[in-house]
Write a protein that binds this ligand. Structure first.
Ligand code: FAD
Ligand code: FES
Length: 266
């Protein structure tokens, strides 16, 4: 049976950075970090977002404004209603030791935020193009930052910063979310160091529960088998880092598309 969206009232809105707002609402979902919910704005559309905050019975989604849907969401105020259904998908594997790294690029940090809450001893890296695009700086005080322009933290990308760290230390596992080209490089770097990764993939989604095929990545439905995949699974997925599927269904080379992350964040 298709789950109907449940309408929830926005109870708080905070600005995380120049282009990112977090919307809080009352909900008590059984959510595993890495899963996602479908958010519905009546008469506009429905899109996947991860839960980025869990505070007892209040949950939050952090949204980068980059297109029609997210612009409409950014106009929402306290008291407005949005529809939610889910959570869906497979989240991160939390059965791990404490020596792990969480590496987020741009808005990808939202998908990792509740994971960081759970893995309190993790080394956390967050990269953006410039200081004003960094999110959660106060929330995760020990977070190591990097920016392309060097305006805060290490000058370089998240991959560059991880490469630097791996010169002197290692990790049991690296969790990552961000632009797919970045995640591909993180996985390749970690393979060279014998470190397993867990990656949260972003594919255009329509149904969110496995029937439309829109979110296919080499035969895996990102909304059901993913969005989190590990290195062994990614090794069998030739589309990872190479091919994505547009809203029209057209398969395109990831390197030839201007993804939302690159438009604003990388
Ligand atoms: C599992 C999952 C979790 C997500 N969690 C979050 C989250 O926590 N916060 C958040 O801000 N966003 C998240 N997203 C992305 C979100 O669902 C929207 O797709 C995105 O914000 C674009 O919204 P839009 O309709 O406003 O922009 P659109 O008009 O759809 O797109 C704006 C621009 O981005 C490009 N674009 C859109 N989608 C993709 C894509 N999948 N790959 C490459 N380029 C694309 C478009 O071509 C266009 O250039 C998540 C996506 C997935 C699959
Ligand atoms: S979004 Fe429809 S199958 Fe995944």
């Amino acid at each position: 049976m298709i789950e109907q969206p449940k309408m929830v009232k926005i109870c708080d809105v905070i600005e995380e950075s120049a282009g990112v707002k977090t919307f809080f609402f009352k909900a008590n979902l059984d959510f595993v970090p890495g899963q996602f919910i479908m958010v519905w704005i009546p008469l506009i559309d429905e899109k996947p977002f991860t839960i980025s905050y869990i505070q007892q019975d209040i949950m939050g989604i952090s949204v980068l404004r980059c297109g029609a849907f997210t612009t409409a969401l950014h106009k929402k105020k306290v008291g407005d209603l949005i529809g939610i259904r889910g959570p869906y998908g497979e989240g991160f594997d939390l059965q791990t030791g404490s020596n792990v790294c969480v590496a987020g690029g741009g808005i990808g940090m939202a998908s990792l935020a509740t994971l960081v809450d759970r893995l309190s001893a993790a080394t956390v890296l967050h990269g953006a193009r410039t200081a004003s695009e960094i999110i959660y700086q106060k929330r995760f005080q020990g977070m190591k930052l990097c920016t392309d322009d060097g305006s805060v933290g290490f000058r370089g990308t998240t991959v560059d910063l991880l490469r630097e760290l791996l010169k002197t230390q290692t990790f049991e596992r690296v969790y990552t979310c961000g632009p797919e080209k970045m995640m591909y490089k993180v996985v390749e770097l970690c393979k060279n160091h014998g470190i397993d990764c867990e990656v949260s993939l972003d594919r255009y989604m329509k149904c969110g529960f496995g029937i439309c095929g829109q979110c296919d990545c080499s035969g895996q439905r990102v909304c059901i088998e993913g969005p989190v995949f590990n290195t062994a699974e990614l090794n069998t997925m030739n589309d990872f880092g190479k091919i994505t599927i547009l809203k029209t269904g057209e398969r395109v080379n990831i390197h030839s598309t201007a993804s939302r992350n690159e438009v604003l964040l990388y």
